[in-house]
Write a protein that binds this ligand. Structure first.
Ligand SMILES: Nc1ncnc2c1ncn2[C@@H]1O[C@H](COP(=O)(O)OP(=O)(O)OP(=O)(O)O)[C@@H](O)[C@H]1O
Length: 302
């Protein structure tokens, strides 16, 4: 039995990181549950990569603390039960896939060669092919096998689907989900593409401008909001300010995302549960600073 049972996979308290140019992350407090798939979402410059670098011990916090599987990252280095797949998927381009896997075996104390090989084989990637000749999707599958070969309890993936076509994206996610179902490991993955995460992640961490804007179980978050659609005339005054996350209007129709349940009887209005994309986009737009003031909400809608 693991010594970390019952402990959050990742826990941050008042976490902050300041670079020379200013704060990239500030006052972040959250917990990611174990055995679940958590999505880290946010616009460009939100602080996602910085947060991942703090979790993997590549950076040290300027303020607050982060705990990985119950442990504080010590001085430097990645937690032994955490695997990290960086955005540029570092692989030796001149190696063959077979040589890459053997390097994984030589470089890692904990390494399940049969498992890593099996992952590459099931992806249909030829063992004798050079890394430089693989397609983006094949390279991702090899990089994933290299990370999973360490049999991590927590895997952190920085935009694993960027640069992949929709078919390859689906294949990579299916392969990852199959491993999650089989091993019960915890996944934290960042993505700009919210549509990729719908139905896959069960926990959300939404960052904007270096701060946590929304965090929690996806089902609870969706059930805790309502998207109200009704006539734009008089829409502004229909809902108390404190429950409105975002309100948008065209000439005829208003769309208002509110916290909590739909207000009782509202003739002409319909209420429905938002999708993850609608929820995240509304929170990101509402957190967007005025032009010229830092991070912009450019999360792709599809
Ligand atoms: N090494 C660094 N030195 C100075 N500033 C940095 C450094 N790395 C990141 N930043 C700044 O910190 C902020 C957060 O950057 P970060 O890369 O963590 O965001 P991100 O959410 O991963 O963005 P993206 O989606 O564009 O990759 C940005 O304003 C960025 O310019």
């Amino acid at each position: 039995m693991s010594t970390t049972d019952g402990v959050a996979a990742l826990a941050a308290e008042g976490l902050g990181k300041r670079y020379k140019r200013g704060w990239a992350l500030q006052n972040c407090t959250f917990e990611l549950p174990r055995g679940r798939v958590s999505a880290l979402v946010g616009p460009n410059g939100a602080g996602k990569s910085t947060l991942m670098a703090l979790a993997t011990g590549l950076l040290t916090p300027t303020a607050g603390a982060i705990r990985v599987l119950g442990d504080s990252p010590v001085s430097s280095g990645t937690h032994p039960r955490l695997a990290f797949l960086a955005q540029d998927k570092p692989l030796y381009r001149g190696f063959t896939v077979e040589e890459m896997l053997r390097a994984g075996s030589a470089l890692n104390q904990e390494w399940d060669h049969t498992y890593a090989r099996g992952l590459v084989e099931s992806a249909g990637v030829p063992f004798h092919a050079r890394i430089s000749t693989l397609s983006g999707g094949q390279r991702t599958r090899v990089a994933l096998a290299m990370a999973l070969g360490r049999r991590p309890e927590l895997i952190v993936l920085d935009e694993p689907l960027a640069d992949l076509d929709p078919l390859a994206r689906e294949e990579v996610m299916q392969a990852l989900m199959a491993e999650v179902a089989e091993t019960g490991m915890t996944v934290l993955l960042s993505s700009h593409v919210l549509a990729d995460l719908e139905g896959i992640c069960d926990h959300l961490l939404l960052l904007a401008g270096g701060r946590v804007r929304l965090a929690g179980d996806v089902e609870d978050l969706l059930a805790g909001h309502r998207l109200m659609i009704g006539p734009s005339q008089g829409a502004e005054s229909r809902f108390p300010d404190e429950i409105v996350v975002e309100s948008r209007s065209t000439q005829r129709q208003a769309t208002v995302l509110v916290r909590g349940h739909a207000p009782a009887v509202m003739p002409g209005w319909e209420a429905h549960e938002p999708t993850l994309e609608e929820l995240a986009m509304a929170h990101l737009r509402s957190a967007r600073p005025a032009a010229g003031q830092g991070a912009t909400a450019e999360v792709a809608a599809a």
